[in-house]
Design a protein around this ligand. Sequence first.
Ligand code: PLP
Length: 471
Amino acid sequence: MNARRVTQLLGNWRRHGARQGAVDLAAGIRLLILDGRIPAGDALPPERELAAALDVSRTMVAAAWERLRADGLVVSRRGAGSWAAIPAGVTPREPPEDAATIDLARAASHALPGLTAAAEAALPRLAAELGTHGYYEQGHPELRERLARRYTERGLATTPDQILVTSGGHAAFAMALRLFTGPGDRVLIEQPTYPNALEAIRAAHTIPVPVAMVDDGWDVEGVEAALRQSAPRLAYLIVDFQNPTGHRLDEPGRQRLAAAFRRARTPVVVDETHVELDFDAANAPLPFGAFHGDVVLAAGSASKSHWGGLRLGWIRAPSDIITRLVVGRRGMDLGSPVFEQLVLAQLLDGPPEPLLERRALFAGQRDVLVTELRARCPDWTFTVPDGGTSLWCLLPQPVSSRIAAVAQNYGVRVAPGSFFTPHGGMERWLRVPFTHPGDILREATRRLAAAAASVAECGAPIADNGLIPVT
Ligand SMILES: Cc1ncc(COP(=O)(O)O)c(C=O)c1O
């Protein structure tokens, strides 16, 4: 990260008089690293350049760096420069399960009404399947046909041979990782991003290259620079109601980013898990694949639109990539369950009302959460998204892990900002989903506000970033 960008991010960093300059500068940089706006692992500008950009003495920058080194937030090596870092020291553990606890860590909801009826309607189709071997490595033809039709309706002409059915959207990304990367390869991601995608990147022994999101969405120049500097083998983006920020990339942004990936010849997995949770569907942008689709793999999922228990997702990509994915799949699994595929095909064929009702329900729940948070946590700020599942809240202090730890004592489980980054940080951010009914959201906000108040009063111990399952 260059000196100009750090200066921009720092903003008005002086809190005290000129004699406290190093303290204030260290505090400003510390916050940026813990927030993830300077991702851990990023190179920091040389002292001389930063001093010039900030118009301060080099001694002051050196003193600030010294403080940050002492806290483990900056690591330096003679001749090689300095990097942002997050100090180690967290031990994972399983959280206690308790029926009275409200789970805000999973941004997921119950099944769409009509699922039982769709299952009943799919039964005769199943009977016809029972005489076959039941292996559909690319997915059941009926479901691929329905999914292709949905892409065509959304403005991206698609044929069934461009669809591969997977066991969930997450498995779709894991398959793409297997096809395009090997150990040690780099994978470009947004920061913050979906925690399980980070797990998949780790499990594939690949290296995340985070590009920080900015206040209103994507830092297109930052992505272009990361493509030039890091030459990633694959990229992973969530351009529709990004998890966790809720941002949606507009068409000019899609055009520009897709062109950058094409120039760099970097295939990009675009996670569309939330695309159908669109409260303003009339104004939906064209799918990312409509722009330079030869490098775009759309990873879709039925989990948020219909039900996570179906465990069905898909990839939409050029047919030659689909063929390679089908071959690669043999090292992993040999297809997805036929009955669930028939049920989903039935649901996609059915009337649109249940999905329209789900959108209206989620929009209403979002409004409840917005009202409750504004009333109970007035110093938290957030952008109200037009879809998706969550609010991404900016706290006045870097205490989100503390709040998440204390919240469990108040009967609510929530995912702190640090879960959404490869190296921790983002301590001023908390994701609060609106996937529960309004009365539960009211109670959850009351508990969350009580937990936050207790952290503000007494400064609770730093959370152990436990294995809270997040979706
Ligand atoms: C962005 C994103 N991708 C993927 C998934 C997982 O999808 P699936 O249940 O289809 O594997 C989720 C679930 O929350 C998600 O938010």
